[in-house]
Every structure is written in C-alpha cells, then in structure tokens.
Design a protein around this ligand. Structure first.
Ligand code: AMP
Ligand code: MG
Length: 419
C-alpha cells in the first residue's frame, strides 16, 4: 500500500504527527551556520548580515539646508511683519563656506549646503521677493525651518542594521550612507537537490512508456534561486538503493542540506525509504498535513536531509511549510521579510475533516466593497501542479477545522512575499 494519495479515511490511522510537531522537531534539531564572507555592498542584497553594523559617523555629517533658499538668523525675524535682509554671499552643496554673515544679512543657500553658524533657519526661495540685492519676507516663518541637523538620521554609535537581517535595497543604501563599502554576510547555504524515480525523465528527453517529466527538481531549484543559496543539482536518481546511497552520501560530505523528492512512502518501490531507513539518521514520518503526508527528515553526513513526497504539489507545500523555515533558521535570519497571512471570505464550501492541516491552492481577490475573498483553483489533487500554478495564495485550514461553508472567513497566505 502506498500513501501518495491520502484519503479522508487515512486520518483515523494512528501515528500521524501534527504539522506543528513536525515543524518543531525539524527546527529544534537545526542550528545556524557559522561561516561568513566579505562582499562589496552592491553584491550583498538578499544576503544575511553577519554582525551588527555600528555607525562611526553622523548622517548627515553637517547641519545643512533642506531647500534652495536663504539662510538667516531667526532672531532677525522677530517683532515685525515685513523684513528686508541683505544677501551677503552664496553657499553651495559640497563647498566649504568661510564667510561671515552679519546681523540683518542672509546667505543664499542651495539644498544640501552646510549652514554656517549662527544661522539657524532657511526660507524657501519661493517665499521671498528679491529687491536690490535683498530679500523681502512678508509672512511668519518658524525658527529652525528647513534645517537638517547633523546626526538627525544616524548618530555615532547607533546600530545601523542588526545581525541576522536580510539586506534589502534601502539597507544597502544605508550602509553606503555611513561610508561602508564592504560588509560581512553569512556564507551561502549549499543545497543538493535530487529527484528520484525510474519513471521520471528530464525535460528535453524522450519519454518512455509510463514515464513522466521531472517537475519537482525544477520547481525547487526555481524556489531556491536566491542570493543566499547555492544549488548543486544531483539530477534524477534511479530507483536503486546503492545509487541513491552513493549520491546522498557524496552530497553529505559537502552540502548543508540535501533535498530529494519521491520514494518516501511505504510502498515496495519507495527506494529513498529503503535506502535510508537503516541508516539510523533519517526518520520517516506520516505528518497530518494534506498534501504532503509522507516526509523524511534527518541527517546524512554533515547535511540535513529532507525527503519530500513525490507528488509535485506535495513537494511545493512541504517545501514552503517545512524546508523554507528550516533554511531560514540555518541561515541565521532574525529579521526576515514577513509574508503576511490574513483572513478572507471563502466564496465556496470547503471540504475538510478535523485531524490534519490542509493547504489548499486558491485565488484571492477583492470584492466590490474592497473586502478580501478567496476561491480555490479547482481540483486539489496533490499531483495537479496547475492547481498551484493558477493560485496566488494558500488557504490554510488548521488541524481542528471541520468543513467550511461559503461566506465564512479562512486564513490565507499569499504567495506574494513568499516566492
Ligand atoms: P513516489 O512517492 O516516489 O511514489 O511518487 C509519488 C508520485 O509522484 C508518483 O506518481 C510519481 O510518479 C510522482 N513523482 C515523483 N517524482 C516526481 C518528479 N520529480 N516530478 C514529477 N512527478 C514526480
Ligand atoms: Mg518514486
């Protein structure tokens, strides 16, 4: 008997592990990698910061003007409604201004130019009238207006970015703004990825009778195409115990993680299980999650091993719900971009039996009132990859949930931010 197509009856079977338990077991057995490397900041987007960055300078480094206009003393503007100040000189951004501005005078100043003391206020050029080398101001101006103070963005000793952060485009700019050109980031994780099965063929090859094309390796490699991960493609491995062991053991010498798909159920042709079940280092679980019930997890050599199910949707679901959180932990991510989950109103009845977590593929949109609604992508078989490709979100039905009627609210997890 194989379990690759779980049915409702299966849940009465004993020995199922809840999704939460399985995830907890995986996460608690993994720790963050130690190594790091130094990169120019322009190559560091999407990498994880190894150590917190402390600023050694102030940003901005000098008090400067936020606008093009005229710098003056606020005290020159008190007591009257109508002022005339002589334009003494001009200050440009990036040029040192050494002149002196006396009382009753002002300084023509450009955006970003340093404001010399004791000037403390800048009036926008649009707010003055020019008259014989003087400016005329006829409305009230607040002292300190249009002045950017030294250190108002970042002070010396401030933590600019904390360790464990995934570096985003503004972070890269922020590093540059404090004068940093190279940065220490966590080294990349090396992931070895394999498909298994004698019936599985690479696209581009001719299919033999009974064969099918490998989609799992491709969806996984695409999902892992990111700056902090290096992929080693182990190809398609045959249903042969020795060949599987050889390939996995080799990968266990250099990879941080090995991910294979297929062969983890309990059928006679579940060769991944046959190959590894006596190793003592890999457990074969039946997780109360649909799709994705059979799941292998353990260690091979120095690598964490994930044996995902064979069915293409089960592969994607187990990847996003088990493997990805594990990779994030191994990468030492602390402050990671959050993929939101929220509630949406289902427009159709959803069949569900209590006793397992169900991940349905769905389309979220907004109705005419701007409220989020959700419908499934139709047939939800774990082999129907189109159900995933058509979707823009998962519906997550919790372990205890029973059937849900149209109009009820359900939890959705949009792909946006997750992919
Ligand atoms: P298994 O658990 O190995 O029996 O695989 C379960 C189902 O997934 C079978 O129908 C396999 O043919 C299919 N399958 C396994 N590996 C792949 C793959 N790499 N791409 C697409 N389908 C696969
Ligand atoms: Mg197989």
């Amino acid at each position: 008997m194989t379990y690759s197509q779980p049915s409702c009856a299966d849940i009465f079977e004993s020995g199922l592990m809840s999704y939460e338990d399985a995830l907890l077991r995986i996460l608690s057995s993994l720790s963050a990698i130690k190594g790091s490397e130094r990169l120019p900041i322009e190559r560091a987007r999407g990498r994880i910061l190894h150590k917190s960055v402390i600023s050694t300078l102030e940003v901005p480094s000098h008090t400067n003007s936020a606008v093009d206009g005229y710098a003056l003393r606020a005290s020159d503007l008190s007591g009257r409604d109508d002022y005339r100040l002589l334009i003494r000189d001009v200050a440009l951004a990036g040029r040192q201004f050494d002149g002196v501005i006396e009382k009753g005078e002002c300084l023509r100043i450009m955006t970003g130019a340093a404001i010399p003391e004791p000037l403390d206020t800048v009036i926008m050029q649009e707010h003055v009238e020019l008259e014989d080398g003087c400016i005329r101001i006829n409305h009230h101006y607040r002292a300190g207006k249009n002045v950017r103070h030294a250190g108002e963005d970042i002070r010396i000793g401030d933590t600019v970015l904390a360790a464990g952060r995934v570096l985003t485009p503004p972070d890269i700019g922020l590093l540059a703004s404090v004068g940093i050109s190279e940065i220490e980031v966590k080294r990349r994780l090396t992931l070895a990825i394999a498909s298994t099965g004698d019936e599985v063929f690479a696209p581009g090859q001719a299919l033999c009778p009974g064969g099918l094309y490998d989609s799992n390796r491709y969806s996984l490699i695409a999902a892992l195409d990111r700056p902090d991960i290096e992929i080693v493609d182990l190809g398609i491995l045959p249903d042969d115990v020795d060949a599987l062991l050889k390939s996995f053991n080799e990968a266990g010498c250099y990879a941080d993680v090995i991910i294979s798909s297929g062969g983890v159920s309990v059928g006679e042709a579940d060769f991944t299980k046959l190959a590894l079940s006596n190793s003592g280092q890999v457990d074969f679980w039946k997780v109360a999650i649909k799709p994705g019930r059979p799941l292998a997890f353990g260690r091979i050599g120095q690598a964490a091993f994930f044996g995902l199910p064979g069915n293409p949707v089960a592969v994607m679901v187990t990847f996003y719900f088990f493997v990805l959180p594990a990779l994030e932990k191994m990468l030492g991510m602390v402050d990671k971009p959050v993929a939101p989950t929220f509630k949406a109103r289902t427009t159709e009845d959803l069949r569900k039996v209590p006793g397992r977590t169900e991940i349905q593929r769905a389309i979220i949109s907004r109705d005419e009132n701007g409220e989020w609604i959700v419908r499934t992508t139709g047939k939800q078989g774990s082999g129907i990859l189109r159900s995933m490709s058509l979707a823009n979100a998962f519906i997550v039905l919790d372990h205890e949930d029973a059937g849900i009627s149209a109009g009820e609210m359900v939890t959705v997890k949009p792909f946006c931010g997750m992919f």
